[in-house]
Design a protein around this ligand. Structure first.
Ligand SMILES: [Zn+2]
Ligand SMILES: [Zn+2]
Length: 254
C-alpha cells in the first residue's frame, strides 16, 4: 500500500527539531514511499528561513538520500489572506512540490494555540469567524490543499465543541469552492480527532483530493498514524489518497 506523509516540519520551522536527513531516515524506518517536508511560513510573522537556503538543504539531503523514500519540498503557508502580496512572493520564491494552505489565526487575533477559551459560546463565536475567513481563503486559492480544517478544535477540547452539523452550510460552501478550484483537503493526524464525518461530507460534495499528514515536528513522529489515516479515508468511501509533486496531483490506491 502506498504510504506518504505529506505534512511534516524540519528544523527550518521554529517549532521543528530535526534536519531533512534525520526526517528522511525516520521516513525510511516507517516504511514510507514519500515524505514531504512542509515547514511553516506564517504570513503574520517574519520568514523563519530564507527560502533559497532551505531549498539548498533540501537538494543536498535529496542527493544523499539512500532510503528509497522520495523526498519532496513543500511549505505550510499560514494565514495567506492576511497579506496576499507577500503570500504570492513566498509561493514564487523557489519551486515547491506542494503547498498546504493553513489558517492558524484570525485577523486581529493570536494563533488559536495561544487563545484562552472561557466558554463554549466563545468557541463558537471564534469558529464563525474562522469559517468566514476560510471562505475568503478558498476564493484566493493559491494552495494545493486546505490544511487541518479542524485546527481550532485542537485547543477547544475543554468544551464539547463540534463543527458538524452546526456549520454544515458553511462547510458545504467552502468545499464547493475548493472542489471547483481543483483543491483538496488534508487528513491531519496530529491529534486523532473525529474527522470521518468531514471526509464523508467532502466526498458528498464531490471532493476527491485528500492528502494524509502526520504534522510531525520531530523525526520520531514522521509517518505516525499514516496507516490509520488510510483506514479512515477508506472507511469514508475513498479508494485513493492524493500525492503532490511539482504542484501536480496524483492519485494512489489505498
Ligand atoms: Zn498548521
Ligand atoms: Zn504543520
Amino acid at each position: 500500500m502506498f504510504l506518504a506523509d505529506t505534512h511534516t516540519h524540519s528544523n527550518f520551522s521554529p517549532d521543528g527539531r530535526d534536519s531533512f536527513s534525520a526526517m528522511l531516515a525516520a521516513a525510511g524506518r516507517a516504511g514510507l514511499d514519500e515524505l514531504t517536508v512542509t515547514d511553516h511560513c506564517d504570513i503574520s510573522k517574519p520568514a523563519p528561513f530564507p527560502a533559497a537556503e532551505r531549498r539548498a538543504a533540501f537538494i543536498k539531503a535529496a542527493a544523499g538520500n539512500r532510503t528509497g523514500v522520495k523526498l519532496l519540498l513543500g511549505i505550510e503557508l499560514g494565514e495567506a489572506i492576511h497579506d496576499t502580496a507577500r503570500a504570492e512572493r513566498e509561493i514564487a520564491a523557489v519551486p515547491y512540490d506542494f503547498i498546504i494552505g493553513s489558517h492558524h489565526e484570525l485577523r486581529g487575533e493570536r494563533d488559536f494555540y495561544h487563545l484562552r477559551y472561557e466558554s463554549e459560546a466563545e468557541c463558537y463565536q471564534l469558529l464563525e469567524r474562522y469559517f468566514t475567513e476560510l471562505t475568503e481563503f478558498a476564493a484566493w486559492g493559491r494552495f494545493d490543499v486546505l490544511g487541518h480544517l479542524c485546527y481550532p478544535l485542537r485547543y477547544m477540547s475543554r468544551f464539547p465543541v463540534r463543527i458538524l452539523p452546526r456549520y454544515e452550510d458553511e462547510i458545504r460552501a467552502l468545499f464547493k469552492a475548493l472542489r471547483e478550484g481543483g483543491k483538496g483537503i488534508e487528513l491531519n493526524l496530529s491529534r486523532l480527532q473525529p474527522f470521518g464525518d468531514v471526509l464523508a461530507l467532502w466526498r458528498e460534495c464531490g471532493g476527491e483530493i485528500v492528502t494524509i499528514g502526520s504534522d510531525a515536528h520531530r523525526a520520531a513522529d514522521v509517518g505516525k498514524h499514516i496507516k490509520a489515516g488510510a483506514d479512515i479515508l477508506r472507511e469514508a468511501g475513498f479508494r485513493y489518497v492524493a500525492a503532490f509533486e511539482q504542484r501536480r496531483v496524483r492519485f494512489e490506491k489505498i
